[in-house]
Ligand binder design. Structure first.
Ligand code: BEZ
Length: 209
């Protein structure tokens, strides 16, 4: 069994970390990466994370040579180039840009959902801004509608970078914004998610409730 040569700074509830864990699982690389759990929030940064990523964000991946990769998209691209199986990020051509655009749209759902979580859970009640929250929710709903109306066939065609991103975004909505009721809005997406949720990579990375 190979020993881990890389270290992932992670938190089990982070959907951005989950994307990395799912890709590691799907590409058979889990045993190459040691997990180092960190505690952080927007108002209580982690000194461990700050020492390795000046932006104070996870995931961050420390490589064997000591270099640190930051940002989930960069980490995913790197790890997808470290295995011998079929790439989960198309290397070139229109497929690359389409799948990366779908993955970026999934990340936009995550960005808005995480900001909503901070606004509604961390920010003192008297400082909350309902119009801003509504605008974040609209971004989520518009993006979900795009997947529902224009991307189900593409998502179903293979479990790649786009599918990983969408699955992790939907999983995070279930965790933090169940009241959005996205399944009623997007029944085809719900059916797709029910199917892919059975994959061992998603089962093994379900965030803690
Ligand atoms: C959360 O608990 O919702 C969360 C944790 C880490 C990163 C983003 C969100």
């Amino acid at each position: 069994m190979p020993t881990a040569s890389m270290t992932l700074l992670y938190s089990p509830a982070s959907p951005f970390v989950r994307k990395v864990l799912v890709l590691l699982h799907e590409t058979g690389q889990l045993d190459r990466v040691a997990l180092e759990e960190v505690q952080l929030s927007p108002t209580s940064p982690s000194a461990t994370v700050n020492a390795q990523n000046p932006a104070g964000k996870i995931p961050a991946l420390r490589l064997a040579d000591g270099n640190v990769l930051v940002d989930s998209r960069v980490i995913l691209e790197y790890l997808d180039q470290q295995h011998v199986g079929e790439a989960l990020i198309p290397p070139s051509g229109s497929a690359r840009w389409r799948r990366l655009s779908l993955a970026a749209l999934a990340d936009a759902i995550l960005d808005a959902a995480v900001l909503m979580r901070y606004e509604s859970f961390l920010r003192p009640a008297d400082k909350r801004w309902p119009e801003w929250l509504a605008a974040q929710q609209a971004k989520i709903e518009q993006s979900l509608d795009h997947f529902e109306q224009h991307a189900i066939a593409e998502l179903s065609s293979r479990f790649d970078i786009a599918a990983i991103g969408v699955a992790c975004a939907l999983g995070y909505l279930d965790l933090r914004q169940p009241e959005l009721g996205w399944r009623q809005r997007c029944p085809h997406l719900a059916a797709w998610f029910a199917e892919v949720s059975l994959r061992p990579s998603l089962q093994a990375s379900v965030p803690p409730g």
